[in-house]
Design a protein around this ligand. Structure first.
Ligand code: AMP
Ligand code: GLY
Length: 423
């Protein structure tokens, strides 16, 4: 089989690494890819939202299956584009159609979906510029901190949590009236603050059957002790130690099952990954968000724990016989630590040569913002590479990642030294 992966991060390198182990794989193309995928696949330099360019690749490379990494092309309808094109129609796409991708593309849509299907989540109301005053009044009924969410995609920056009521009102105004996040904040969801510990659950569905993949917890803040600005994710651990059987059973009955059944009831075709962000409040799971793709860096710990031939699993999704697959999970813990460019998530420099990663032993190196330049591997992004290791527990696994990180260097390299500190 010839497979095309769309994307260029650590998530896509991990998927490429896993797929390249399948005896069924003939050719792997990653668009646009990074220096890590270049070693195991053919990189093709196009944008993930350039559907016409994707079509050309799908046809010229005789692609049999497309795996969509990031959310943007899904929310923009890449799956529908394939279905509506006579030449592409028979090429399966892993990732939901546009209608279901709204679960990530619109916070209001996701909240309404959860209400309709009685899925536990924070109480909320949504507002536009036309009822700003009602938004202020709703804020006054809440206790701090105040959670404001831009409805649309805002590159992971659309959630603002504030302690002070006046700041919250000013933020609401800035989102709605001054279009702080452009069209993405034309509608704002204000919700109750949930106090608890976060974890993520990943589900793979073919629209009927589904499999619950390993849980993971990521560390989003740039600074140690979960301080500072939000990033795409600085590290992750799988499984999450506090997600015991009782809690997982609860997540299964109260969240996973009604989500997959809700998609069916609402006539929202879905073949792909569902990433459910949860907060454990007391003993109760509450959904804070849906993503319609795998997480990054969660993929770097979840996928390596899956023992199956990953291409077979994805084919089962495409052919709607996922129920026949038994997912086998490595019982060890996997951890990953993300190496980032100094300054990230604010301004940072690119083009720094990365050295030493070939000396890594007993860990996996997944590239994110890297590319080949004049025979060297250089940085091209804020998140540069993720170092994944296995261990009997997360401490043992992390120790390996941290030991290997000692061998890697690039100018202004930064990483968190406290992944798992709260567990
Ligand atoms: P989201 O983009 O929806 O994942 O939100 C980003 C982050 O904001 C989450 O990972 C949580 O840490 C936090 N968050 C979102 N909603 C809530 C909430 N209702 N209560 C507390 N924290 C929240
Ligand atoms: N690590 C969070 C995400 O992928 O959205």
């Amino acid at each position: 089989m010839n497979v095309l992966i769309l994307g260029s991060g650590g998530r896509e390198h991990t998927m490429a690494w896993k797929l390249s182990q399948s005896p069924k794989l003939k050719k792997l193309v990653v668009a646009p890819g990074n220096a890590g995928t270049a070693n195991i696949a053919k990189n093709m330099p196009i944008g993930v939202n350039d559907f016409e360019a994707i079509k050309k690749i799908a046809l010229s490379e005789n692609i049999d299956l497309v795996v969509v990494g990031p959310e943007d092309p899904l929310v923009n309808g890449i799956h529908d584009f394939f279905l509506n094109d006579t030449e592409l129609r028979n090429i399966p796409v892993i990732g939901p159609q546009k209608a279901a991708a709204q679960l990530e593309g619109s916070k209001e849509f996701a909240k309404e979906f959860m209400m309709r299907h009685a899925i536990p989540t924070a109480a909320y109301q949504s507002f536009t510029a036309s009822n700003l005053e009602e938004g202020y009044a709703f804020l006054e009924t809440l206790k701090p901190p105040y959670v404001l969410k831009a409805d649309g995609l805002a590159a992971g920056k659309g959630v603002v949590i504030l302690e002070d009521l006046n700041d919250a009102k000013a933020e609401l105004r800035s989102m709605l009236v001054d279009a702080k996040f452009g069209g993405a904040s034309a509608t704002v969801v204000i919700e109750e603050f949930l106090d608890g510990i976060e974890l993520s659950v990943f589900v793979l569905t073919d629209g009927n059957g589904y499999k619950v993949l390993p849980t993971a917890k990521d560390y989003k803040r740039i600074g140690e002790g979960d301080k500072g600005l939000n990033t795409g994710g600085m590290g992750a651990i799988s499984p999450v130690p506090f997600a015991d059987k009782v809690f997982m059973d609860k997540i299964h009955t109260e969240v996973v099952k009604p989500t997959v059944e809700g998609l069916k009831k609402d006539n929202l075709p879905y073949k792909g990954f569902i990433f459910i962000g949860l907060i454990k409040v007391g003993d109760e799971p509450k959904v804070i968000e849906y993503n319609v793709r795998m997480g990054d860096p969660e993929t770097e710990v979840v996928i390596p724990r899956i023992k199956n031939d990953f291409l077979e699993v994805l084919q089962a999704v495409a052919h709607e016989n996922l129920d026949e697959v038994v997912i086998e999970i490595d019982q060890r813990t996997a951890t990953t630590v993300m190496l980032v460019s100094g300054g990230y998530p604010e301004a940072y420099e690119k083009g720094k040569e990365i050295k030493g990663f070939n000396e890594v032993q007993d860990s996996l190196v997944f590239h994110a913002g890297t590319q080949f330049k004049e025979g060297k591997v250089v940085t091209t992004g804020g998140r540069v590479m993720a170092i994944t290791s296995f261990g009997v527990d997360f401490r043992e696994a992390l120790e390996k990642s941290y030991q290997n990180i000692e061998k890697i260097r690039f100018d202004k390299m930064n990483y968190r030294k406290d992944i798992g500190f709260d567990l």
